[in-house]
Design a binder for this molecule. Sequence first.
Ligand SMILES: Cc1ncc(COP(=O)(O)O)c(C=O)c1O
Length: 407
Amino acid sequence: MNLNTKNLSSGFSGGFIPFARPDIGKEEEEAALRVLRSGWLTTGAEAKAFEEEFARYVGASHALAVNSATAGLHLALEAAGVESGGRVITSPYTFAATAEVVRYLGAEPLFVDVEPGTFHIDPSGVEKALKACGTRGCAEGRVGALVPVHIAGQVCRMESLTAIARRWGIPVVEDAAHSFPSRTASGFAGTLGDMGVYSFYATKTITTGEGGMVVTNNEAAAKRISLMRLHGIDREIWNRYTERGASWKYAVVEAGFKYNMTDLAAAIGRVQLRRAGEFLAKRQAIAAKYRAAFADKDYIELPPDGEGHALHLFIIRLVESRLTLGRDEFIDRLAEKGVGTSVHFIPLHIHPYWQKRGGYKPEDFPHALDAYRRAISLPIYPAMTEEETQRVIEAVIAAAEAGYTGP
Ligand SMILES: Cc1ncc(COP(=O)(O)O)c(C=O)c1O
């Protein structure tokens, strides 16, 4: 998050390098114009086509377009049967959305710490949490779902996680907001559990401005999500103004939500989907440059270099024992040199709402806290030039070497 749109070009040679910048070209502009001129702005043929194309791309039976990943996570957990008073296992090392949707349903997150060295939920911690509070419930309620979050586009240890969830009979909803198009030998991230939810927010690997997609091979879940994303109405009504006959009739069978994707967003998404390979190649080239430049820098811990990584984010971690300056000061130094950055993430358990709700102390999840204290997300996006990449590298090295304590 924290899209930095400050234009400070006057103060830096070469201009300010924002943390993120979408790559929107002529084709996206033409697609948006086509919709604007069509007379149909809301959910319609473009959204349908985007769903079909997305489902084919990731190899899922169903794809359901929604207006954000937050909406998609809410719908997926509702379809998974998460109940009021229940629990959902996830990691505190994530964005607000992952856990807030659990509260929408009247349930509570059951946080499990990340593995040291990764940003990902620890399968052994999940097993332990399930033993302490199984699906039949404990004092805190029944566990209704497991939500692994593929931070930065790196895929979680899904084989272990899905095996544990299967053993306990709990559905897995992947928070794949960062991970299109991350892939493993078993398939795309987002298709490895029971449901997967992608984000098309403005900084993501493909964007519709705001938007998301839920994928699943489970027909019943797809039907439920389709029903609930548009007011709990029992049939598709998007074409009711153009159909002939009794098309005005519909029945509300549930108290649903208003989470549908517009055709305007979908038309942009269809173009971005076609460009996903090109975008990924550009991200890979930037990541390769960062890795080569920082390989021998003992004050930087590089992110895990997993196969099939979507490279939504490039999160370095500072090695505190090698530096006299802390993470926040490091970020200030980069900003002074015209480099925008962000931090992914401020763990949820140290935010005021969750501290109050769960009574957490920062050290309750020591690995999440450690990752947060040292993390800096560097700019990585297809619209970044080679010159900008080089400037980021030079700014990182200059910031570190001014406060380097030596080996
Ligand atoms: C891990 C994670 N999950 C979910 C979301 C929510 O995505 P959206 O903004 O599309 O609702 C985000 C957004 O950045 C995220 O980082």
